[in-house]
Design a protein around this ligand. Structure first.
Ligand SMILES: [Zn+2]
Ligand SMILES: [Zn+2]
Length: 213
């Protein structure tokens, strides 16, 4: 497996380039900003980018989608419930004092428990709402990794005060869909450093005891 992480833009968002040497095919997950830098990193991996995959459609995760979609002429995939929010990203950006370029379009919807083939890699989608509508995590069982988007972070969880956010739903998503993965699973989040499922189970203050938050 090839896995590259780039932290991009004013929100320090983690974009991932994932693929496999055997097929030479790859995907970009959550290209949030700095399209040129992401394209350069993709070029260095020597992967042919064939998909752009979104965990959710907050402004900090989609800023470079339109530009990279044009560059690679590849489809953009996301959950259907994440699509309405995409139309609001210019407003989201404006409220944060930022400018947003071209609003990307989604070409194909990803269902829960769908297996996306990226070359020889299999990414299984895990429907994990609560932080944002239609939020998905992606589990690569063969490699023991999960791309957790903004659901689960090292020592924290996603914020729930944005439209469509719900604390109870988020904690349920994390408990029922992520914490059930093997303890040694490496977690690659949408912000901050990587962690493991076991570490978060043991130490994440938002997930201790039986309480919700
Ligand atoms: Zn988010
Ligand atoms: Zn984010």
């Amino acid at each position: 497996m090839i896995l590259e992480m780039l932290t991009v833009g004013p929100f320090q968002e983690n974009c991932y380039i994932i693929g496999d040497e055997g097929s030479g095919l790859g995907a970009i997950i959550d290209p949030g900003d700095e399209a040129a830098r992401i394209a350069l990193a993709a070029e260095r991996t020597e992967l042919d980018v064939v998909q752009i995959i979104l965990t959710h459609t907050h402004v900090d995760h989609v800023g470079a989608v339109a530009q990279l979609k044009e560059e690679y002429a590849c489809p953009v995939l996301a959950h259907a419930e994440a699509e309405p929010m995409l139309k609001q990203v210019p407003v989201q950006a404006m409220m944060m004092g930022l400018k947003f370029g071209q609003v990307p379009t989604i070409d194909r919807h990803i269902e829960d428990e769908e297996v996306l083939e990226v070359g020889g890699l299999q990414l299984r989608s895990l429907y994990t709402p609560g932080h944002a509508p239609g939020h998905l995590a992606f589990y690569v069982e063969d490699e023991g990794i999960v791309i957790s988007g903004d659901a689960l972070f090292a020592g924290s969880v996603g914020r729930v005060d944005l439209p469509g956010g719900n604390a109870e739903v988020l904690i349920k998503s994390i408990r029922e869909r992520l914490l059930i993965l093997p303890d040694e699973t490496r977690v690659y989040p949408g912000h901050g450093p990587e962690t493991t499922i076991g570490d978060e189970k043991a130490h994440n203050p938002f997930l201790q005891g039986g309480g919700l938050l």
